[in-house]
Design a protein around this ligand. Structure first.
Ligand code: NAG
Ligand code: NAG
Ligand code: CA
Ligand code: CA
Length: 981
């Protein structure tokens, strides 16, 4: 076991299964717990501030905080699953650093790599901010997890704690300052030590002079790289600690070399993580910050339509319009309101773009502006459109695809399946057929097409089934009904109790367990001619042919789609399906309790641990899953099984509780055929109360593979510069000529091999090169899928990678505030008196300019104005309330008149550039000066103003007329990129 960070112990325990992630008294804390604690705490603070600003109630939950309790405190209980998912994702990316970059000292602040370590953090912060600005929250989370690792390791691996520091090093999250007094490479920092004496092995002069150092770490041939006199990381596997000066200084666990300082290191790492999160929050704004963490108003689910807009689709588009209006009218303002709306249209030869908005009216008008035209020949680019939606929508979304034509881009089938598996997104196909003699006439040409052929529809059925969605085949007349049934029943707390398909059809009996927490129980069936017998928990039964009965409370049938609403009855149900045609069966309901999971794999590298897979797990060998329950803090997993999709055969796993609602599951043999994941568990509502026994199933169908595909590269792509993604392929199955496909969702130019030759059991390496055009927007992202297909096409695997696009940043400094005036006549009766101030903010000649001004603290009124010099100026809503400034704008210089602009009786000349100003947001050219005036009742004596430049550097400026805070008449002022807390 190598020791390279806080995750050390946790990973060891994961591996041996002795203890694990859990938070036990006296147990060392890992990166996971540090990250979780900081995220939960920061989220609560943001939610509390929002509640105060919005005048709503806020109650802190009981400790220890959980994702569910925090989501509830934030007033968004329906977000608890997506919040949990975001936290797990960030944590897994953090832990991955120990597996993927085990021996890269910069990622761990080992070997005195302070400058390099900080560079990873600060560049990553810019990427997170840029991604948030484009609402690319998944990319933001990915980078956030990566940079939290070095940030947290600093406190364990450096001597920051030993130097007596009680606060985090705020210079690690900004790049324009000094990190500290870093030891020269030639300067000795430690002495030889033995036993207890090793608590004080850092040299006295290093401590006295507050010189920063960190432990050297190495194994094998690397150990000799420790320079003379330097401290080691320490621990059994760090071979540098065996050469003089012997001993180490890491604080990873209680049993580490400096384990007596573990708690201090952990507390500083938590505080530093919170500080970094606060900086990101300042740049993003409160709501987008919460969205990055999976907390949003409404359902936390996306409403995602992918629509064929070729000539014959006008009826379908009209149906989509109707259902969109009805969803927006019935759901906006409720907890089922979609958190984001996504629209992708496809045609032939065009498809896209992806339109993503949180504004229902923008979405409505995008749908309203769709019209049906073109399309040329019969096939259309449906899979291209779907691929765009799957890479642009949040994970675990539900997509509705409307078409009446076969896919022209069938080659994308395996790519789309890869994306479905990785994102666990449900795709429903709404396939319409003309009622007019089953023939369609295209408006743009005179060609008559037959209805979509069975073999073409089969592709859509296969994709729907892989995703746990439905392929609904109806006439154009029936489409509005079918669409409204399926879209309107989708809710934030939808859970899958059972999902199965039989193709070819055969008689089979399925059972599903309904627990006390499930409401709105529904059965969805797709089939051409089928009968069934439903049996409830009490033995009562009802046939599909029965006109009456008490089990089915409502049913609807349209095209090949049948939906039943079931009586709410707790217990085991059975449904016997009789059909010789292919059919699918799905049982869903609403419940807060659900599960999340990732396939994980024990590290092959020098560090033992588990890494989440971006690819299919290995077939035919043992495998592991990390399963987490959501929506209940008292529920536990009792059984996890992989159930083969084509039958009832299942492989049960061994479940190891990890604490905090997480479970590691090991199966002896990953199946070689498609399967779903089924979780059984129980919840104890109250001591002594009967246990609630529940069962859930993944909607997605998964596959394992005999191929292994791995890729590793930087995660930031610079436009205009070719970006290499090295990858490796290994096979345990048959050898031969393997096909390679590299696809990206932005149509960036890429080069990749088309074939690789592999013997059985061998591996090969190659590279995909991506080039983003120079004009690619900052903060956008690209998804690259590298697929490998075995000879004969029977087995494929892939790796799905997401990269952030970031141009070279030159602005590393936050804006600077300068107080122009502060007037207060606060008396003892605060409500009768007011105070006001005026602050001037600039971002420097090299800066990108102040983009956003917001109030973090203070109940007063803020007004912002921007002054600029020569150049074009478009003054919109100028709120110059402090108000006696005279502004003469135009093409010439601007003169600010008399008034409160004390600093500036001279001309306020500023840089060039266009300017558009609103009351809150403004974009400015370089060199502009922002003036903020603020006035408030004396009952609110503090104000904290945040100024964010275009790349997200945040200045926080704090002023106060609080008597205790200022002994003289001078106001208390701070200006830093660190939040004043
Ligand atoms: C993996 O290889 C074995 C043996 O050749 C084969 O039986 C199995 O079907 C293969 N699995 C997959 C997913 O192709
Ligand atoms: C692999 O197949 C491709 C075409 O599919 C062919 O061009 C190439 O020569 C083959 N390579 C080997 C080593 O057989
Ligand atoms: Ca076409
Ligand atoms: Ca700046």
């Amino acid at each position: 076991m190598m020791s390279s960070g806080f995750a050390a112990l946790c990973l060891l325990l994961l591996h041996t299964g002795a203890l694990g992630f859990g938070l036990l008294p006296g147990k060392s804390l890992s990166h996971q717990e540090i990250t979780e604690k900081a995220i939960l705490k920061s989220t609560l603070q943001v939610c509390r501030a929002l509640a105060q600003a919005e005048g709503t109630d806020f109650t802190f939950p009981a400790q220890p905080f959980t994702a569910k309790a925090v989501a509830v405190a934030c007033g968004e209980p329906q977000s608890s699953k997506s919040f949990r998912r975001a936290i797990i994702f960030i944590v897994l990316r953090n832990i991955r650093v120990d597996i993927r970059h085990a021996l890269n000292a910069s990622f761990h602040f080992d070997d005195e790599m302070f400058v390099q370590g900080r560079k990873i953090i600060t560049e990553g912060i810019l990427a997170v901010k840029a991604s948030n600005k484009q609402e690319n929250f998944e990319a933001a989370r990915q980078k956030l997890g990566e940079i939290l690792h070095p940030l947290q390791d600093f406190y364990s691996h450096s001597n920051w704690v030993e130097l007596g520091n009680k606060l985090p090093n705020s210079n690690l999250i900004r790049s324009d300052t000094s990190i500290g007094n870093i030891a020269d490479k030639s300067r000795a920092t430690c002495r030889n030590c033995d036993g207890d004496d090793c608590r004080n092995n850092i040299l006295g002069d290093i401590i006295e002079e507050k010189v920063l150092t960190s432990g050297y770490f190495g194994i094998g041939p690397l150990f000799s790289t420790k320079p003379k006199g330097k401290c080691s990381h320490g621990g059994a596997t760090d071979q540098t600690s065996n050469i003089e000066p012997k001993g180490g200084i890491n604080k990873d666990t209680f049993s580490s070399s400096h384990g007596h300082l573990h708690t201090d290191a952990v507390n500083l790492a938590i505080a530093a993580t919170s500080g970094l999160l606060e900086d990101i929050q300042g740049a993003a704004g409160d709501r987008p910050f919460l969205q990055m963490l999976g907390i949003s108003k409404g359902s936390s689910k996306a409403l995602c339509f992918v629509i064929d807009t070729t000539g014959s689709m006008s009826d379908d588009i009209a149906a989509v319009r109707t259902v969109t209006s009805s969803i927006i009218n019935s759901k906006v303002g409720t907890e089922d309101e979609p958190s984001v709306y996504i629209l992708v249209s496809f045609n032939d030869p065009d498809f896209g773009p992806l339109i993503k908005t949180t504004d229902p009216n923008v979405f409505k008008s995008a749908i309203n502006s769709l019209s049906a035209a073109g399309g040329g020949d019969e096939g259309e680019l449906s899979l291209s459109g779907l691929q765009l939606a799957l890479t642009g929508a949040p994970s675990n979304s539900e997509v509705f695809l409307f078409t009446d034509a076969p896919a022209k881009d069938k080659r994308l089938k395996s790519t789309v399946i890869a994306l479905i598996e990785r994102t666990q997104t449900v795709v429903n196909f709404m396939i319409s057929e003309s009622t007019v003699l089953n023939r369609r006439k295209r408006s743009d040409d005179t060609k008559i097409r037959p209805r979509i052929a069975a073999s073409d529809a089969q592709l859509y059925r296969d994709l729907a089934q892989a995703s746990g969605g439905l392929a609904i085949e109806v006439t154009k007349n029936e489409l509005p009904v079918a669409t409204s049934i399926i879209t309107e029943s989708s809710s934030s707390s939808l859970v899958t109790l059972l999902q199965a398909a039989r193709s070819p059809g055969k008689t089979d009996t399925f059972s599903f367990l309904v627990d006390e927490t499930v409401t709105n129980l529904r059965v969805y069936i797709t089939a051409r001619s089928l009968t069934f017998t439903l049996t409830g928990p009490t033995g009562e039964s009802q046939q599909s042919t029965d006109a009456t009965g008490s089990l089915i409370t409502a049913s609807q049938s349209v095209g090949n789609f049948k939906t039943l609403q079931l009586k709410r009855q707790v217990g085991l149900w059975k449904i016997k399906m009789v059909s010789s045609n292919p059919y699918t069966l799905m049982v869903i309901g609403q419940s807060p309790i659900d599960f999340l999971f990732d396939f994980v794999e024990a590290s092959q590298g020098p560090l033992t641990g588990y890494d989440a897979l971006d690819s299919r797990p290995r077939a035919g060998v043992n495998g592991s899953l990390l399963v987490s329950l959501t929506g209940s803090d008292s529920a536990t997993v009792t059984e996890v099984a992989l159930v083969k999709s084509s039958g009832s055969e299942e492989i049960k796993g061994v479940v190891e509780p990890q604490g905090g609602g997480s479970f590691l599951v090991h199966v002896d043999m990953m199946p070689s055929v498609e399967f779903v994941v089924r979780v059984k568990g129980q919840e104890s509502v109250a001591p002594g109360a009967p246990l609630i026994v529940f069962q859930r199933q993944s909607s997605t169908n998964f596959r394992a593979s005999n191929l292994t595909v791995m890729a590793d590269s930087e995660s930031i792509l610079v436009p205009g510069t070719p970006f290499s993604v090295p990858f490796s392929v290994m096979t345990t199955g048959v050898g031969g000529n393997f096909t390679i496909r590299a696809t990206n969702n932005r149509q960036f130019n890429s080069t990749s091999p088309t074939n690789l030759f592999l013997e059985t059991g061998s591996s090969a390496n190659d590279t995909v090169t991506l080039s983003a055009p120079l004009n690619t927007p900052f903060g956008s992202d690209v998804t690259l899928i590298i697929e490998v297909e075995a000879p004969g096409g029977g087995d494929t695997n892939y790796v799905v990678l997401r990269f952030s696009i970031l141009n070279t940043v030159t602005d590393f400094t936050p804006p600077v505030c300068e107080l122009l005036s502060l007037q207060s006549n606060c008396s003892d009766i605060c409500s009768l008196s007011m105070w006001e101030l005026s602050v001037q903010v600039t971002d420097g000649a090299e800066g990108t300019g102040v983009e956003r001004v917001s109030l973090r603290q203070g109940n007063g009124t803020m007004n912002t104005s921007l002054t600029a010099g020569s150049g074009n100026m478009t003054a919109g809503t100028w709120n110059m309330t402090a108000g006696s400034e005279n502004m003469t704008a135009g093409t010439g210089n601007m003169t600010a008149g008399t008034g409160n602009m004390t600093a500036g009786s001279e001309n306020m000349t500023a840089g060039t550039g266009n300017m558009t100003a609103g009351s809150e947001n403004m974009t400015a050219g370089t060199g502009n000066i922002t003036v903020v005036s603020y006035s408030s009742s004396c009952c609110s004596p503090d104000v904290e103003l945040l100024f964010v430049d275009q790349v997200g550097n945040v200045a926080s400026c704090f002023y106060s007329v609080r008597k205790a805070a200022t002994s003289s008449s001078q106001p208390a002022t701070t200006n830093s990129s660190q939040p004043a807390t």
